[in-house]
Design a protein around this ligand. Structure first.
Ligand code: AMP
Length: 217
């Protein structure tokens, strides 16, 4: 099964992916995470995309298309978080799947208000050592700006800083938002209210017509 997660930064896609993984069995292809790993490893690709990503802009279509289509040969269920983000990427994905006798099963759209998305993203803090996630308002670390688990300092992702996030949201509005109609017209779109709490959104998902039960293994 192939499921795409669509929604602006701060819509809760990665959070719900992690929640679903507690119970269901699937692979997650999170394109932002893959690119951040390339940056950490200082690879040629990492060096190429670093400043674009930090400023909140989208990386070149072809880089993402190659990166994702290379990963789609597995037989297990896959959830893709962060791709496609442009109509061109969407067309190329459709074409690639058709060529390989595959298809998209569902596209889950997380609808979220801009103010909520901004509050979620700008408050996000990450442990520089173990990667644990915190939020200055919703899930603050007890030790202030240090990790409760390992004591290492917390940091804010450069693209989570307000200036860069606003560019990211603008990119989303201009280039990614049209995909909602694109997938609606294909009859694939399932909409959830991403403004709700983590558990509420999770219940919306498992009560939707998306067949997660096929991913129990
Ligand atoms: P994310 O972690 O999904 O917010 O992605 C972080 C950044 O990675 C984005 O702001 C883009 O710079 C880049 N990126 C991730 N996925 C894509 C994509 N499908 N197309 C273009 N750029 C992407």
């Amino acid at each position: 099964m192939l499921i795409l997660l669509l929604g602006s930064p701060g819509a809760g896609k990665a959070t719900q992916c992690a929640k679903l993984q507690e119970f269901y069995k699937f692979e997650v292809l999170a394109t932002g995470e893959i690119l951040r790993k390339e940056i950490r490893e200082n690879s040629a690709l990492g060096q190429k995309v670093k400043s674009i990503m930090n400023k909140g802009h989208l990386v070149e279509d072809q880089i993402l298309i190659d990166l994702v289509t290379d990963e789609l040969h597995v037989d297990r269920s896959i959830l893709i978080d962060g791709f496609p983000r442009t109509l061109y990427q969407a067309d190329m994905l459709t074409q690639h799947l058709e060529d390989h006798g595959k298809r998209i099963d569902f596209v889950i759209y997380f609808a979220v208000d801009k103010e909520i998305a901004i509050e979620r993203v700008t408050g996000r803090r990450i442990c520089s050592n173990c990667g644990s996630l915190y939020h200055t308002k919703y899930f603050p670390s007890k030790a202030g700006d240090m990790c409760d688990k390992c004591g290492a300092p917390l940091y804010q992702r450069v693209d989570d800083q307000l200036d860069n996030l606003l560019i990211k949201l603008q990119e989303y509005d201009e280039k990614t938002q049209p995909l909602i109609n694109y997938y609606e017209e294909l009859g694939l779109l399932k909409r959830v209210d991403g403004n709700e709490s983590v558990m509420d959104v999770y219940y919306q998902l498992i009560q939707s017509s998306v067949k997660f039960t096929e991913m129990l293994e």
